[in-house]
Design a protein around this ligand. Structure first.
Ligand code: SAH
Length: 341
């Protein structure tokens, strides 16, 4: 029988679990405090040894094991390889900004979306991560580095909208006052354009920042690099984005990985501006990161600047993403499960 993963539970469920073990109420609070610190049952020193043994027999914490750590030598970015139950591996990245620490977490082990330019697409899908496993990545990093994380981006391996229920459970738990208490406004969720997920999320009342990975404003061209576009085309995607903004009043971020000779022309910039006209949004240009094969190269700085200027001239809010952790392949689209020998 599978053991229960305590980090998957919200506070009420943890209390019921403790009840079912015949424990007094205050034990739930004690256990929760330890879980949020990333401690194992053996380290929960204010619990009697006999109780710790019973917990181990019936449950797991859900804190992932750190299998490998890579530190950037050019900035303070740190990449973590985590081993989850069943030997499944995922990566997360810790980034330091002026406003605090931000982590990029994985939502699935592998990805089914198949975006051609993304390293995660080359990783066979093994399974969805549970809400507790999303939370556990943050907790394990906080413990390992002895820091407090203030911002979270769900932009690691996987498509969060393809693991919707677990991601929403995570969002509720990570932001709860008796949890990590990270404000939803400091959390970004990135999708390749799974429209039904966008439409569901708009009604959840969760003020996260929605990022949409756009990368091309033309249907035929986008379909060539992003298979999801063949199911949910751009008219449908932008209609959903507009509905999302109207329902939530929140600005959407469009991620645009600029690729030399493929989506970096004035024609692309003008079409993009036309698509987002009048929408509360922001375009984030990401110089594409080379992955194995090198078919997708970043344009020159001048080309990116002129793309940016064209958008600005049409009144579109646009920034170019600063790059962290370049030497450890920690940037967007470069996360993958590595094989440890
Ligand atoms: N599945 C989600 C979240 C994971 S990808 C999504 O598609 O949004 C996180 C971001 O990295 C996405 O915007 C993705 O398109 C981008 N990305 C993937 N490969 C990249 C690459 N080689 N260079 C730059 N960005 C890349």
């Amino acid at each position: 029988m599978d053991k229960i993963r305590l980090l998957d539970l919200d506070s009420t469920e943890l209390k019921s679990f403790c009840d079912s073990m015949g424990l007094p109420k205050y034990r739930a609070g004690q256990i929760k405090d330890w879980l949020l610190k990333g401690r194992s049952f053996g380290e929960m020193t204010n619990l009697p040894a006999e109780l710790r043994d019973r917990l181990s027999a019936n449950a797991v914490t859900g804190i992932p094991a750190v299998a490998d750590v890579l530190r950037s030598s050019v900035d303070e970015t740190v990449k973590f390889l985590f081993e989850l139950e069943g030997g499944v591996l995922v990566e997360s990245v810790l980034m330091k900004y002026a406003y605090g620490y931000s982590v990029c977490i994985s939502s699935q082990a592998g990805c089914k979306m198949g975006c051609r330019f993304c390293a995660s697409a080359g990783v066979a899908f093994s399974r969805d991560l549970t809400g507790g496993e999303l939370l556990g990545q943050i907790i394990a990093i906080e413990r390992h580095e002895n820091i407090k994380v203030s911002h979270v981006v769900i932009m690691g391996i996987g498509e969060p909208m393809d693991n919707y229920d677990n991601v929403v459970r995570f969002l509720k738990n990570v932001s709860s006052a008796d949890g990590l208490n990270i404000s939803l406004r400091k959390i970004s969720l990135s999708t390749c354009g799974v429209v039904p997920g966008i439409l569901r999320l708009k009604d959840e009342g969760l003020p996260v920042t929605l990022s949409v990975s756009l990368h091309n404003p033309f249907d035929d061209e986008r379909g060539e690099i992003m298979p999801v576009n063949k199911i949910h085309g751009l008219d449908e995607l932008f209609a959903a984005c507009r509905e999302y903004v109207n329902a939530t009043g929140r600005r959407i971020t469009f991620e645009y990985a600029v690729i030399e000779g493929q989506n970096d022309s004035k024609r692309h910039a003008l079409k993009l501006a036309e698509r987002v006209r009048g929408m509360l949004c922001h375009v984030n240009l990401i110089p594409v990161n080379k992955i194995d094969g090198g078919k997708y190269r970043r344009p020159s700085r001048e080309t990116i600047e002129s793309f940016q200027k064209t958008l600005e001239s049409k009144g579109v809010a646009v920034t170019v993403r600063r790059e962290l952790g370049r030497d450890i392949n920690a940037a967007c689209g470069q996360l993958r499960k590595r094989v440890i020998s």
